[in-house]
Ligand binder design. Structure first.
Ligand code: NDP
Length: 345
C-alpha cells in the first residue's frame, strides 16, 4: 500500500513516515522541496529503515495551484493514501505575510486535492493536518466562557489574517481546512477525508541529527527553557494545549485504517499548560538542571489555565480509543533528547 506524505522534512511528517514504515505494510512517497532535501531525509532514514520502501517526489513550491500535478502524474495511479502536512509553520515573513504564509497554506491543499482528483484514481483516503488554530483565534481561546470542540471554527477573515504573521498562520490553517470540507461537499470525491487538529505538538525529534541549536517552532518553547538562565521569568500568560508527536502519528495511521474516522475533525489535546508549567516540570524531572534554569513557581499556571476557554475533545478521544501521552512524558522525552545530544546527561 502506497502512502504519499507531503512535507517529508517536517518534524511531524518524519514521525508519520517512521510509523508507517515500521508497520511493514506501507511504502511511502514523501514530497520535499528539492533533491538536496530528499537526500538529507533519505540519509536520516537509511540507518534503521528499509530504503526500498521510501521514495521522494520533488514539489518545490506548494503556493502554485498545480504544485502536486507532476508528482501525481508520475505516481498517482499507485497511491492509495495521502497525508498532507506541508504548510508554513512560522510567523515571520520576509516580504509578504499573504504570499509566504497564507497562500502556500491554502494553495497547498487546493493543489494536492486537485492532483488527486485528476491523477489519483485509486486514492482511498486523504488526511489533512489542520490545527487547533482552525478552531479559534488566540483571543477566542483566552475567554473562559468560550467553548471549543470538534465543531468549533475560527471566524477570522482573510483581511484580518494579513495583519500579522501569527494571524496569517491561524487564517492559513482555517481557510485550508475549510477548503477541504468545501471540496468534499462540492465534488463528492472518490476518496474519504479526515482532518487532524493538533494543539502544540511536543516530543522527541525523530532523529538525533534534528536536535539543532534551534528546534521546530513548537519544541523550541521547551528548548528555550532548557537553555534559560536562573533569573529568567517566563511568560505565564502564554497558555496553550499540548499533544505528543507520536500520538499525532498514531492518529494518522488510525485514519488510514479506521472507517469511523472518515469525515471527522479530530482535535488532539491532552490538556493545558503555560510556559511556567514547562519550567516546573523540567525542574522536577531533571534535578541536574535545578538552579541553572528558570525557577519553578507553583499555582500561577493553574490560575491562568482557569481563565481560558473550555476545550472539550471527548468525541475525538472516544473515536481514537487510545490514551494520549502525559505532559510529564512529553516534556521528559523532549528534554532528555536535547540533553543527551548535548552530552549533558
Ligand atoms: P515543520 O515546520 O517541521 O514542517 C513543515 C513542513 O512544511 C516542512 O516539510 C516544510 O518544508 C513544508 N513547507 C512549509 N512551507 C512550504 C512551502 N511553501 N512549500 C513547500 N513545502 C513547505 O512543522 P511541523 O512538522 O511541526 O508541522 C507540520 C504540519 O502540522 C503543519 O501543517 C502545521 O500547521 C501542523 N501543525 C503543527 C503543530 C505543531 O505544534 N508543530 C500544531 C498544529 C498543527 P521545508 O522543510 O522545506 O521548509
Amino acid at each position: 500500500k502506497i502512502v504519499f506524505v507531503s512535507g517529508a522534512t517536517g518534524f511531524i511528517a518524519k514521525h508519520i513516515i517512521g510509523q508507517l514504515l515500521e508497520t511493514g505494510e506501507y511504502k511511502v512517497i514523501g514530497s520535499v522541496r528539492s533533491q538536496e532535501k530528499a537526500e538529507l531525509v533519505q540519509n536520516l532514514f537509511s540507518l534503521d529503515y528499509d530504503l526500498s520502501l521510501l521514495e521522494f517526489a520533488i514539489v518545490p513550491d506548494i503556493s502554485k495551484v498545480d504544485a502536486f500535478d507532476e508528482a501525481f502524474i508520475k505516481y498517482g495511479r499507485e497511491i492509495e493514501y495521502v497525508v498532507h502536512t506541508a504548510s508554513p509553520l512560522f510567523f515571520h515573513a520576509e516580504k509578504s505575510i499573504e504570499n509566504e504564509i497564507l497562500i502556500p497554506a491554502v494553495n497547498g491543499v487546493k493543489s494536492i486535492l486537485s492532483a488527486i482528483q485528476l491523477y489519483g484514481p485509486n486514492v482511498k483516503k486523504f488526511v489533512f493536518m489542520s490545527s487547533f488554530a482552525a478552531c479559534g483565534t488566540k483571543e477566542f481561546d483566552s475567554v473562559s466562557r468560550n467553548f471549543i470542540n470538534e465543531e468549533t471554527w475560527n471566524s477570522i477573515s482573510w483581511e484580518e489574517s494579513k495583519e500579522s504573521g501569527y494571524k496569517a498562520y491561524y487564517g492559513g490553517k482555517t481557510f485550508s481546512e475549510k477548503y477541504c470540507w468545501h471540496f468534499v461537499k462540492e465534488n463528492n470525491p472518490h476518496f474519504k477525508v479526515s482532518t487532524i487538529l493538533p494543539t502544540y505538538v511536543f516530543g522527541r525529534q525523530k532523529f538525533e541529527e534534528d536536535v539543532k541549536q534551534k528546534l521546530n517552532l513548537s519544541c523550541e518553547f521547551i528548548n528555550e527553557i532548557v537553555h534559560s538562565k536562573p533569573n529568567t521569568i517566563v511568560d505565564n500568560n502564554l497558555c496553550r494545549s499540548f499533544i505528543d508527536v507520536e500520538d499525532v502519528g498514531k492518529t494518522v495511521l488510525q485514519c488510514l485504517k479506521d472507517n469511523n474516522l472518515e469525515n471527522q475533525r479530530l482535535l488532539l489535546s491532552n490538556g493545558r499548560f503555560t510556559l511556567q508549567t514547562i519550567v516546573n516540570e523540567i525542574n522536577e524531572s531533571f534535578p541536574q538542571l535545578r538552579g541553572k534554569i528558570a525557577q519553578p513557581v507553583y499555582g500561577i499556571d493553574e490560575d491562568k489555565i482557569k481563565t481560558m476557554a473550555t476545550l472539550d475533545n471527548n468525541k475525538t478521544k472516544k473515536l481514537l480509543g487510545f490514551q494520549f501521552k502525559s505532559f510529564h512524558a512529553c516534556i521528559c522525552d523532549t528534554v532528555s533528547q536535547i540533553l543527551a545530544t548535548e552530552k549533558k546527561m
